[in-house]
Structure formats: structure tokens, C-alpha cells
Write a protein that binds this ligand. Structure first.
Ligand SMILES: [Zn+2]
Length: 158
């Protein structure tokens, strides 16, 4: 038997058939004994079925996560959405990405060298008492992204 909820359901149905056959044999004692055994095996199969379903769900979740990671690339300290056959889109906050959130960074202004743009996350990462505080970070993380990576129409004032 494979770890498959459907085939487990089939096994339970087969067991029921056996119980019915024994009942038709008109042996009350045997019938009772088989019914008891059946209940026990059925319980175990149901447990097994629940576990199989949980494994399937976990597998589905992990596949989704894997697809998400595959369609993102990391460069210039930030994440970029890079699906096949489409232009790269971004930047996305690397801290949020690490926390399972796809948060688009917002433009804070041009860098003094005029070759780059300054981006920051709308979500505050300073008050987070975790790692960043330990590292002594007291200001919002900012990311300097080369201008040529950002389509001109995306962040221009409207
Ligand atoms: Zn963020």
C-alpha cells in the first residue's frame, strides 16, 4: 500500500466487504470477533489516512514555496521578481521576503551620486527587537539601486 489517502479508502472498503461476508456466514461469535478486528484496523487506517493527508498538504505548501523562491532572484541587496519570459520586477524588501512577505520597496529619492535611487520598505524594520537591534541598527534599512534597473515610468511622479 502506498501513502495515498485514496488507496487507504479502498483498503477500508475491502475490509468492510470481508466483515459483511463473515456476517452472512451466520456464525455470531466469528462475526463479533471479525467486527472487533475490523474496528481496530479501521481506526489505524484512518490515522494513517490523516497522516497521509497532512504529508500531502505539507508537500503542496513546500512546492508552492519552492516555486516562489525560484521566481525571485537576489542582487543589489534586494529581491527581484523574475518569472520566465517576463522582465524583472522589483525591488522587493529582503527582510520582508525572509519573513514570507513580498513587500515592494518604495522610492525615497535619488542618491547623491545621481546614478542610483534610494529605496526603503514601508514596513518599519527598526522597532523589530530581533536581529537588527542586536546588530545595532537604529535607522531604517535603505537600498541604493542603480537607476538603469528601474523602468523610468514606474517611479516617476504622476
Ligand atoms: Zn520590509
Amino acid at each position: 500500500m502506498t501513502l495515498d489517502p485514496v488507496s487507504i479508502g479502498g483498503a477500508i472498503a475491502s475490509l468492510k466487504n470481508i466483515v459483511d461476508l463473515v456476517k452472512n456466514a451466520n456464525d455470531a461469535q466469528l462475526s463479533l470477533k471479525v467486527s472487533k478486528e475490523f474496528m481496530e484496523v479501521q481506526g489505524q487506517l484512518f490515522d494513517f489516512q490523516q497522516k497521509a493527508l497532512a504529508v500531502q498538504q505539507r508537500n503542496y505548501d513546500l512546492e508552492g514555496e519552492l516555486r516562489r523562491y525560484k521566481s525571485f532572484v537576489f542582487h543589489h541587496s534586494v529581491y527581484w521578481h523574475s518569472p520566465p519570459d517576463k522582465p524583472e520586477d522589483g525591488p522587493f524588501c529582503p527582510i520582508c521576503f525572509g519573513e514570507d512577505r513580498e513587500m515592494r520597496l518604495i522610492l525615497r529619492g535619488p542618491h547623491v551620486d545621481s546614478e542610483r535611487l534610494i529605496f526603503a520598505c514601508v514596513k518599519s524594520h527598526v522597532e523589530n527587537p530581533g536581529k537588527r537591534a542586536e546588530m545595532g541598527a537604529t535607522t531604517e534599512p535603505r537600498y541604493n539601486i542603480p537607476k538603469e534597473l528601474i523602468p523610468a515610468d514606474r517611479y516617476s511622479p504622476r
